[in-house]
Design a protein around this ligand. Structure first.
Ligand code: FE2
Ligand code: FE2
Length: 318
């Protein structure tokens, strides 16, 4: 059963908390759809307890909405503390980003979502700069489930990796990250039955689904998103072969950031479990894109994707 969304709490993933150090906010667990107080602020979460949670209890904690600033500061301090390995930093950053992105996707307040995505992206960019290995871990941690928010974060991680290899400026990286996180925002307007349907879509459903770039553009224009972010959303299903949607743009007409998202988007879709396909291994997905789909992508960017993922293989051994 779908769990109810309670506005008074935000969901905090287990892995975004670090064991054996005081947690500066109250923690709650969800039992029978009710948040039950679990740990008082200042209490320690012992590794043993955390492991038990991992194996049998709900995989989330909850934090009161008024403590979200404290949660963010906690994550920020953990990542900057110098006590963690780059893998641990990557796990905490990924999990805490997912918490916030999930919340952004459920919130009606798109302005807030756009603003709050900025620090998430800055964290990713900073970590990518200061610790390239952490970035590789982030790539390696990509989820194998397909939800709009995990997909959005993973597309964000791949796109930032690609944009960095391609020499984008710091400012452009910030737009790139935001464009990636919001590229599918228009799916809010597509019915949930279509989004979660098992098996192929019929013509009517497919026509609906293909409207998500337009829907997204409308949402983002109403909320003053940057031109780059709007282009990422509106043009990420365009193709270098000229037969993408919704505009059938020619290669030179497609925004470079949208070209990057197109690559990251397909790579993520091929390597994640969706209702109707088996996930491919990263190397197989890349080969498939190179051999079967090459005409859709910018060749230089496709090569850069090899570089991003090859680096990942070297450092994480996956
Ligand atoms: Fe899309
Ligand atoms: Fe997508």
């Amino acid at each position: 059963m779908a769990e109810q969304h309670d506005d008074r709490f935000i969901k905090v993933r287990l892995n975004s908390l670090h064991a054996n150090a005081p947690i500066p906010f109250d923690l709650y667990v969800l039992i029978n759809n009710k948040q039950i107080h679990y740990l008082r602020a200042g209490g320690n979460l012992e590794q043993e307890k955390l492991s038990k949670f991992e194996s049998k209890a709900p995989d989330n904690f909850y934090v009161k909405i008024e403590d979200r600033a404290a949660f963010k500061t906690y994550v920020h301090e953990k990542i900057n503390s110098g006590q963690l390995t780059s893998k641990e930093k990557a796990v905490i950053l990924r999990e805490s980003s997912l918490t916030l992105i999930e919340e952004l996707f459920e919130s009606e307040d798109i302005n807030r979502a756009l603003n709050e995505s900025k620090p998430i992206i800055n964290h990713l960019i900073e970590l990518m700069d200061s610790e390239p290995e952490a970035m590789s871990h982030l790539v390696g941690l990509s989820s194998h489930d397909f939800y709009t928010y995990t997909h959005s974060l993973d597309v964000g991680v791949y796109s930032l990796g690609l944009a960095k290899v391609l020499g984008f400026s710091k400012d452009d990286l910030a737009h790139m990250g935001q464009g990636a996180i919001f590229h599918d925002v228009g799916k809010r307007q597509v019915s949930i039955e279509i989004i979660t349907k098992i098996g192929p879509l019929n013509d009517v459903e497919w026509a609906q689904m293909q409207k998500h770039p337009q829907y997204g553009l409308v949402i983002l224009s109403e909320h003053n998103a940057s031109d780059e972010v709007k282009a990422c959303c509106f043009e990420h299903h365009e193709s270098m072969a000229g037969n993408g949607y919704p505009q059938q743009l020619q290669p030179h007409e497609i925004h470079p950031m949208a070209k990057i998202i197109a690559l990251a988007d397909t790579f993520d879709a091929l390597t994640t479990q969706r209702s109707y396909n088996k996930p491919m291994r990263p190397a197989a997905a890349l080969d498939f894109m190179k051999n079967k789909l090459a005409s859709r992508y910018d060749p230089e960017m496709l090569r850069a994707l090899y570089e991003v993922l090859f680096h990942m293989q070297k450092t994480t051994g996956t």
